[in-house]
Design a protein around this ligand. Sequence first.
Ligand SMILES: [Zn+2]
Length: 495
Amino acid sequence: MWINRSISEFQLSKLWRGHWKARQPSAHSGKSTGIFHPLPTARVILTVRIILVAFAVIIAGVLWVTAGSGQTVPAASRTGLTDYGTTQTTGTSAPAADRTAQPDDRTSPAGPAGEQAPPLDDRTKPSGDGSSSSADLRLPGQAAPRKPAGPVNPSPPEPDPTEPNEAVEPTLETTNGCEQRPLTDKELAELQVNELGGVPIIMYHDIGDREGYLIRSRDNFRKDLQRFYDLGYCLIPLSDYLTGDIRIPAGKSPLVITFDDGRASQLKLIEVDGKVVADPDCAVGILLDFSRKHPGFGHSATFFVNYPRMFGTETRAVEYMKFLLDNGMEIGNHTLTHRNLASASPEEVAKEIGGLANKIRDLLDYDTLSLALPYGNYPRSKQFLLSGRYDDRYYRNLGILLAGAEPAPSPYSLKFNPLAVPRINGCDEELDKWLRTLEKYPERRYTSDGQSDTVTICLDYGLVYDIERVGDLKVRAFAAAVEIAEDAGDGTHAK
Ligand SMILES: [Zn+2]
């Protein structure tokens, strides 16, 4: 079934009524001027003229309305992001207060990794027209949230044959392979499409010679990428996940990679044949290399940094960050000084978050749109996490990332809570546990329908979505084949 939210006939009739009303006063005033006291013949001519003018006006009106009806709601309009702190929810959405579900028990970096989310509840999707507003709800005086300087789901830059460069490598493909034809229900079932499933957001710190606490060995990092690829994942930018703008081919699953602390092992720029490129042994070098060899996988990653030292350098910090942005990666907020916010006052929280956001804005003309909590610790008050003001400038975060827990809920799910976006620690134990879980239980895994303007829901897995998060997107539901539901059970499987 389809729920299409484009301009309705009701809206068209409203437009027409508005147009008609607007005409009334002028017609009336023309009559009441009292300038003409014409003879009968002149009165006939005048009447004919009035009819002709009225006819022309009606034709113009009809043309105008017809042109208007041809417009559809642009997909981009749904980047109108919801500020859960300041707005009311609609439809079946939970009240804003309910959604700030208590994530405080996840404050240790390790997190209660073994905890399973409760099963989907059986609230059904809204009936009727299902229309919802996707209002761009902003703080007073705040500019529209804008995506990072790079393009949404960045395409590889145009190759320049005369100047081969790390950033313009022609084989560097992205995951932008959606906008396929709509699939049949049978195809959706075969691909186990489920856009209410979880999305792994992997947290890395150091990439080093060998494994250690918060260190992933290079070899294992390469193996991780291969494993993600083999399991059908594509890398997407974190901001695409947070805004629900996921563009990957049908049957593929999104995965987000993040790096904390701006450590030196994440990015090292070297010069090769007069060109500045990423050292093939740093995380970015490994990622770009893998992406070139595995078309369609993508190379998005988000780097949560502090100030002023980033990637082992202060003097070249701007150059390093620009390199990331030029290669379709994102910069995230990890606070100004990596302070443990547990003991910070609300004003200090605003200073730490706003301070870093302002620095990055000044240095790169780039807005950080997400925050990773240092040590995974919340401040006592969450008041200034999602938005606030420091030094007379506003900042905004679309998501607050925890320090490791479980796959993040679908961005269209009622479970999505911008104040508590869980991540999976990039180590053997956690990756094994969660990747296997998502492989075994397709109802828990986000699998794309290949169309970024549609949220496709498998009826067998439940039908609970957040109407506000879905916004202007179309919603399609289908029933999976019985054999696929065989292992799905009640959705409460642990491990
Ligand atoms: Zn950190």
